[in-house]
Ligand binder design. Structure first.
Ligand code: PLP
Length: 398
């Protein structure tokens, strides 16, 4: 047990009510995050939304600083968005795709990103290529590098940690291949931010998207997009830019903002931005190396405890695994099991084929149970979840 565990749990209201092992869905906010949000909403109710934002300007700018520190970036490279998906859409809309241009991705990129790629293909006639996996699981980085050289993609997109399995993709190695070929590189770190240390200079990306409600332990309804200096200098800007992102100069011209702010939209929630900032500061205070080591240790303990359950098929393939534990049982209704775990006070997730058609069709499953511990979970909670799940699965078979 980590000596700081009691403090982490004291900071987390929800641990008294239930066992929360759905951090890949939405985690429990620490009290400081909750306070940052409610203080601001309360101020808005007293002085008005625009006035509250002006009063809290220093704390809003601190949020940019905290998120930048978390990613080893500068505040000017951070744009707050409503979600990771809107961050992705903003970034994709900035890529000057022409008919026949290639977008290279993997079999594991997030469902909504895949839908956006398909939509781009449908409307603009781009080529969509998905690099194959290696034997160990996860994209084969050597083959992906060869595909970059052969097809000269305008964009390479990779989800660092997929939603539907415990895989961790080697985003730094892929970044090196992109840089060599001068391909633009967009990375989805929605499931890795807050559980794995991230450094945009090591990843070498032009864009990186994050959502805050998952391992970041922030609120729902806020995400961010990192935009590199080189992407800003190239003049990349979202297609549907607004008054926050650009200045209307005269009837027929506008100038995009100098910084990543050009990817933001005017209407956003200062309360949620400050909540995101508080979450980033809290994660930095706990320490990303401490968090990642503990998440992996808890996930490994869980995988070991579940390994011997009859009919368990682990869906986590890859040489590096994350804190997302995904498994399927033949002949068991995963949705019903997850609901029964909820009734017993244990929150875990269910994933249906529609979130991972390529991966799940390849693995021959139509749904899975997803258990995602975080550093504030205790070893006892992991053992209890494994025991209860084992019991429910054997009952479900009778
Ligand atoms: C890997 C990954 N990327 C992106 C998203 C989308 O995040 P949001 O719902 O904030 O757009 C998710 C959400 O589950 C995710 O797991």
């Amino acid at each position: 047990m980590n000596a700081s565990l009691p403090q982490w749990r004291l900071d987390t209201l929800g641990v008294d009510d239930h066992v929360h092992l759905n951090n890949a869905g939405a985690s429990l906010m620490p009290a400081c995050v909750l306070r940052a949000i409610t203080d601001h909403v309360e101020l808005e109710s007293r002085v008005g939304g625009y006035e509250a934002a002006a009063i809290r300007e220093p704390s809003i700018s601190e949020a940019y600083g905290a998120v930048a520190t978390l990613l080893n970036a500068k505040p000017r490279n951070i744009a707050f968005t409503q979600s990771a998906t809107t961050a992705y859409a903003q970034a994709l809309s900035a890529i000057p795709f022409d008919r026949g241009d290639t977008l290279l991705t993997t079999r594991h990129d997030y469902v909504s990103n895949q839908l956006q790629f398909l939509s781009l293909r449908r409307r603009f006639g781009i080529e969509l290529i998905r690099a194959p996996d290696s034997r160990a699981g996860g994209v084969d980085v050597d083959v992906l590098a060869q595909l970059i050289h052969r097809h000269r993609p305008k964009l390479v997109s990779v989800t660092h940690v997929p939603t539907n399995s415990g895989l961790v993709q080697d985003v730094a190695a892929i970044g090196a291949a992109c840089r060599e070929a001068r391909a633009l590189y967009l990375v989805d770190c929605s499931q890795s931010a807050g559980q794995i240390p991230l450094d945009v200079s090591l990843i070498g990306c032009d864009f990186l998207a994050v959502t805050f409600r998952k391992f970041m332990r922030g609120p729902r309804g806020v995400g961010c997009l990192f935009v590199s200096d080189s992407a800003l200098e190239r003049g990349l800007a979202p297609l549907f830019i607004d008054i926050r992102g650009a200045e209307w100069l005269d009837a027929d011209s506008y100038r995009p903002a100098e910084t990543a702010i050009r990817f933001e939209t005017f209407e956003s929630s200062p309360a949620l931005v400050q909540g995101a900032g508080a979450a980033a500061r809290y994660a930095l205070q706990v320490g990303l190396p401490v968090i990642s080591a503990r998440v992996l240790a808890l996930a490994t303990r869980l995988r070991a405890a579940l390994a011997n359950l009859p009919g368990n098929r682990s869906l986590d393939h890859g040489s590096h695994l994350s804190g997302i534990v995904s498994l399927a049982f033949h002949g068991v209704d995963h949705r019903a099991v997850v609901e029964r775990m909820r009734q017993r006070g244990i929150a875990v997730g269910v994933q249906l084929r529609r979130v991972a058609v390529i991966d799940y069709d390849g693995k021959g499953v139509t749904s899975s149970i997803r258990i995602s511990p975080h550093y504030y979970n205790s070893e006892d909670e992991i053992d209890l979840a494994a025991q209860v799940l084992g019991g429910l699965v054997s009952e479900a078979r009778i």
